[in-house]
Design a protein around this ligand. Structure first.
Ligand code: ZN
Ligand code: ZN
Length: 94
């Protein structure tokens, strides 16, 4: 079985990319989502902090400062680290 997040790395238009992570709009939630480039659920603390910081920069630009919260709960794909910038009414979208 393939991993959706590993595969998405090849097809999704990205807001941001570096050696650690990439950020794109989540197809399901339609909000910015940071995805670790390693297929693992447990990034080291420095990588996790880096990804949250980058997601914050993108979400400030896309959604607006203080309109969202960083959600690190991995509901759909629990074995590959990712985090969403959730706006309060995200579950009403699409
Ligand atoms: Zn993966
Ligand atoms: Zn999502």
């Amino acid at each position: 079985m393939g991993c959706d997040l590993c595969e998405a790395a090849q097809i999704t238009p990205w807001h941001y990319e570096d050696d650690v992570c990439w950020i794109a709009d989540c197809e399901v939630c339609d909000v910015p989502m940071v995805v670790w480039k390693s297929h693992s659920p447990t990034p080291p603390d420095d990588a996790r902090a880096h990804m949250v910081a980058q997601l914050t920069i993108v979400a400030d630009r896309v959604l607006g400062p203080e309109t969202y919260t960083i959600d690190q709960v991995m509901r759909q794909i629990p074995d590959h680290f990712h985090a969403h910038a959730r706006i309060p009414n995200w579950w009403f979208k699409g």
